[in-house]
Design a protein around this ligand. Structure first.
Ligand code: UD1
Ligand code: CA
Length: 459
């Protein structure tokens, strides 16, 4: 089989973004642009991927990991110069090289595959992925001759008035015969308005030599959107959001207001889940059937079990079992594990703790570094006192225990199985199994005292 390679251009400064952040690291639905590109290239089965990066590259490597090699382009002298940086890694290889811009994150693997198929079928030396743009401003235009053959690409800034009227744009994605690409790149000059080495000039060079150059026009311009500024960034977020939301709705998920529902590409949602407006679901999240999320809920990297309900809450990096009730206004912080049928009620924060099946923390509590068994009731206002300013300590509450309201459990401490803690206690010592522990000042009633004081004041 013909070998396939990819070069991803990601070294541009992204001046038009006006940002400290490297352009291709700007996230769309929580995932950096360049990572979207890499994820969509993977199914195409490439033998090698090379990503061209500029300064700030250290950060980019975090996101591309082992999927792609990285090459530094010291100075950004144009897209043609950028591709040349991959020469060391690809020269003399027989095969097809797809070149993709790191700032076109919405192109799907189906489109990449269709481009490869077209290129192979045509036996072309170069194939451009083009699209008809409702507003082509800013893009390179595809110039064809009388026979409708592609002649060259002209950049917006170099185009004549009549060329500017062309609405077929260069998406910045191409398939090339690998050897022909690197040979032609030697002949690209920077004699243009921007003084850059343009990759699209390779098309004209090959064409002038009588090599076969082809174009594959995708019907979906939206997919090919290039992100050069924050307006396009917002547009990309909107388009991708719609694509993902429609996929879930087709799979049987109810989204009450898809325009106001943000779901990461990695999220898995089973049918009959209902998602209310203002919900943001990030990272690797799985939501099982019949669960109900939102309104106004943020969930990141969580497992949410069957028929669980999470309202007006925030949950991250945690496990939430089946038929759990969370919220309104709960905060489930990393490494929490909430058992089946458990409840985490309003104004309750849970961090790095486990709550067993059928246990309840219904109101106004902080549960940090705790292991709580099954059928435990944690009363309103209970606090696990887990931190002495230096170290964190564990609170253990065994099965069937009952913690009265407004208790402090000063860790390290264990409340034994089935025992009771009286309301308002500050527990500093272990409570044995089946005991009642009262740790608070005794009440004294001074009868008649109040009116005595009131009468004194009158004098
Ligand atoms: C480019 C194309 C244009 C096309 C458009 C599609 C050129 C000259 N123009 O224009 O025909 O319609 O994309 O979106 O290719 N980059 C580098 N090193 C550089 C310069 C750029 O790695 O020295 C990278 C950028 O990070 C970016 C990509 O190449 O991801 C495209 O560069 P950009 O400056 O955005 O090109 P456009 O003006 O959008
Ligand atoms: Ca661009």
């Amino acid at each position: 089989m013909t070998k396939r390679f990819a070069v991803i251009l990601a070294a541009g400064k992204g001046t038009r973004m006006k940002s400290k952040l490297y352009k291709v690291l700007h996230p769309i639905l929580g995932r950096p642009m360049v990572q979207h590109v890499i994820e969509q290239l993977k199914p195409v089965n490439l033998d090698k991927m090379v990503t061209i990066v500029g300064h700030g590259a250290e950060e980019v490597s975090e996101y591309i990991g082992d999927d792609s090699q990285m090459v530094l382009q010291e100075e950004q002298l144009g897209t043609g110069h950028a591709v040349l940086q991959a020469e060391e890694r690809l020269k003399n290889q027989e095969g097809i090289t797809i070149v993709v811009c790191g700032d076109t994150p919405l192109i799907t693997h189906e489109t990449y595959q269709a481009l490869f198929d077209h290129h192979e079928r045509e036996g072309a030396k170069a194939t451009i992925l083009t699209a008809k743009a409702p507003d082509p401003a800013g893009y390179g235009r595809v110039i064809r001759d009388g026979e409708n053959e592609v002649k060259r690409i002209v950049e917006q800034k170099d185009a004549t008035d009549s060329e500017l009227l062309v609405d077929e744009i260069n998406t910045g994605t191409y398939c090339f015969d690998n050897k022909a690409l690197f040979e032609a790149l030697q002949h690209v000059s920077n004699d243009n308005v921007q003084g850059e080495y343009y990759l699209p000039d390779v098309i004209e060079i090959l064409q002038n030599r009588g090599e076969k150059v082809s174009a594959f026009q995708t019907p979906d311009f939206e997919e090919t959107l290039g992100i050069n500024d924050r307006i396009a960034l917002a547009q990309a977020e909107k388009n991708l959001k719609r694509r993902i939301n429609e996929k879930h709705m087709r799979n049987g998920v109810t989204l009450i207001d898809p325009d106001n529902t943000y779901i990461s590409p990695e999220t898995i949602i089973e049918p009959d889940v209902v998602i209310h407006p203002g919900s943001i679901i990030k990272g690797n999240t799985t939501i099982k059937t019949d669960a109900e999320i939102g309104p106004h809920t943020e969930i990141g990297n969580c497992f949410v079990g069957q028929a669980s309900v999470i309202k007006q809450s925030v949950a991250n990096d945690s496990y939430i079992g089946d038929r759990v009730k969370v919220g309104p206004y709960s905060h489930i912080r990393p490494e929490a594990s909430i058992g089946n049928e458990a409840k985490v009620g309003n104004f309750v924060e849970v961090k790095k703790s486990s709550l067993g099946d059928n246990s309840k923390v219904s109101h106004l509590s902080y549960i940090g570094d705790a292991e709580i068994g099954t059928n435990v009731n944690v009363g309103c206002g209970t606090i696990t006192v887990n931190y002495d300013g230096k170290n964190k300590y564990l609170t253990t509450i065994e099965d069937d225990a009952f913690i009265g309201c407004n208790s402090n459990l000063v860790a390290p401490v264990t409340v034994g199985k089935g025992s009771y803690v009286a309301a308002g206690s500050t527990i500093t010592k272990n409570v044995p199994e089946d005991a009642l522990s009262i740790a608070r000042g005794r009440q004294t009633n001074k009868e008649g005292y109040a009116s005595r004081i009131r009468n004194q004041k009158k004098d």
